[in-house]
Design a protein around this ligand. Sequence first.
Ligand code: FES
Length: 158
Amino acid sequence: MLTEAEQHEIEAEAAHYPERRAVAIDALKIVQQHRGYISDATLTEVAVFLGLTRAELDGVATFYNLLHRKPVGRNVIWICDGVSCWLTGYGRLRRQLEQRLGIQEGETTADGRFTLLPIVCLGACDHAPVCMVNDDLHHDLDPAADPDRMNKLLEPYR
Ligand code: FES
């Protein structure tokens, strides 16, 4: 069951729209903020709360790739594998991150500090290669240009 805080936050968003279904993504993001990810049971709870079928909400959750359907680490690194990033150092950046974290793309570090996930185009192609750590966009990350930049960048994320 959704907590009172979750319900209150979703209702506050829904008040801006004529139909509750308009806040489907916002509702899932709110619940994700509270719980870390959207389990199958959580998805059902949100669907019931919004008056949607589980299948309708599942369709939304599937197409919005910033929603986690499995547990993730305390910090999520989204590495862009779009064309511009591919051409400007994505491979080098990915290898550097995988080496530094001791995991492969799609995995979480043993201490639960980081999850490394791919994402297609973060809209900063003119500053490729880029990644996003939680909600923070970081750009111009080719390790060939500055081998230590990514390491320093990750330090504040605990
Ligand atoms: S392709 Fe990476 S930001 Fe656009």
